[in-house]
Design a protein around this ligand. Structure first.
Ligand SMILES: [Zn+2]
Length: 397
């Protein structure tokens, strides 16, 4: 067996931390054989590749909408969520060829950025063909949305059909998910709960991205309520719940399911208590660049401190981002929260995302047997172990 040995200024894996001048040994098929702590001594070995920079496992993008890639640059910044939704629903229609080209380009950009697995939201089959032939591992969450009780059955059946198509015709990992607390009627939530199959082990749900979401659930009023009304949604099923969005959402969901809750910008301590979220299997997905694009506000300290071992990183879509790069996302977080050390950011970007998607057997760290991908972060501040504006990812394996 031919073994490839790679060394760098530092090797980082969530299970070992930073190893100065460590050596990573890979089998011929790029599976991890072992990681060697050299005690910082740079060893001379035949055929040892050495790089300046930081080696780390492939990144996991814990939230994306690949099918919206053609919307790059089309929606103005800082409109806040109601304005963003108002622009995206009519704006997502486009020429089929343009949509396909943009999806293929975005998939290839993610590969070059060292992303090895993606949690991808779908409302259509547009992204299926590209994903089925990509080396990236995708989980397709087929998003179900609909506030009207009268059309709940239809919305659910459409979702099921999209799941079946993804699995049977494109051999994709796919499952149904509710869009958000505010975007579904109680009837639609119950159809999802009752129709759940054995392979539906996780949901990915947009949570508390705006204050208007809390208003909609608690008072059946506010900016988001008005936006949906303007877009022609039937809101007659929405009644005041006198509680924030998260506690209401948790009551609609089965307890034995893993949740990827996305954005969480307006999740307060009381919401965690009121929904008993501490006891649930929740991963909190942060999409800082998208958050700044849409509303000028980024993830706060609270969840990142409280649930540090359950934070993951997503890019969201090119409708609210200029690039699908996890390195850019963690660089943005480092700027906003300089107190967060790089080992934490890299763990959020790799192992935590892999755990959230149930993929940590294969991805997320340099542990023997994993085929995690190997990235070199170049142009980092090696002395202080921090990212710089000019830091870049190079995919080594
Ligand atoms: Zn999203």
């Amino acid at each position: 067996m031919r073994i490839r040995k790679i060394s760098a200024s530092y090797i980082f894996s969530p299970n070992t931390g930073f190893l100065k001048n460590g050596i990573l040994s890979l089998c011929e098929d790029n599976r991890v054989l072992k990681i060697t702590d050299t005690g910082g001594k740079l060893t001379e070995e035949a055929k040892l590749e050495h790089y300046n920079g930081i080696l780390c496992p492939g990144f996991i993008n814990a939230h994306c909408h690949l099918e919206l890639s053609h919307m790059l640059g089309k929606i103005p910044r800082n409109q806040e969520l109601p304005g963003f939704i108002e622009a995206i629903i009519p704006g997502r229609k486009a020429d089929t060829e343009e949509i396909q080209k943009a999806i293929a380009k975005a998939d290839s950009q993610m590969r070059n950025e060292g992303i090895v697995a993606v949690s991808d939201i779908c409302n259509s089959p547009d992204s299926y063909a590209v994903k089925s032939s990509s080396p990236i591992h995708y989980h397709s969450f087929i998003e179900v949305l609909g506030t009207s009780e009268a059309s709940a059955e239809t919305a659910y059946r459409n979702g099921q059909n999209l799941v079946r198509l993804a699995r049977q015709k494109f051999s994709l990992n796919a499952s149904i998910t509710p869009h958000s607390a505010y975007g579904l009627s109680e009837l639609l939530f119950s159809l999802i709960r009752e129709g759940r199959g054995a392979s539906d082990t996780m949901f990915s749900i947009h949570n508390q991205e705006s204050e208007a979401e809390n208003d909609l659930v608690s008072t059946a009023n506010g900016k988001l309520f008005e936006t949906f009304g303007k877009l022609g949604f039937d809101l007659s099923s929405k009644t005041p719940q006198h509680k924030n969005s998260l506690p209401w959402l948790m009551k609609q969901l089965p307890r034995d399911i893993r949740l990827l809750l996305v954005h969480n910008l307006y999740t307060a301590e009381k919401d965690i208590l009121d929904s008993d979220a501490e006891a649930a299997d929740i991963y909190w997905v942060m999409c800082p660049k998208s958050n700044f694009y849409i509303g000028g506000k980024g993830p706060g300290n609270f969840l990142m401190n409280r649930f540090s071992n359950r934070i993951c990183i997503g890019t969201d879509s090119l409708a609210s981002n200029d690039k699908l790069s996890i390195l850019d996302e963690i660089y943005t977080l480092q700027n906003e929260h300089p107190e967060i050390p790089l080992d934490k950011l890299l763990t959020w970007a790799s192992l935590n995302g892999a755990k959230a998607l149930g993929l940590d057997k294969w991805f997320g760290s340099f542990e023997p047997g994993k085929k995690s991908g190997v990235l070199l972060i170049e142009n980092a501040d090696i002395q202080n172990l921090r990212l710089k504006k000019e830091s870049r990812v190079k995919v080594l394996a």
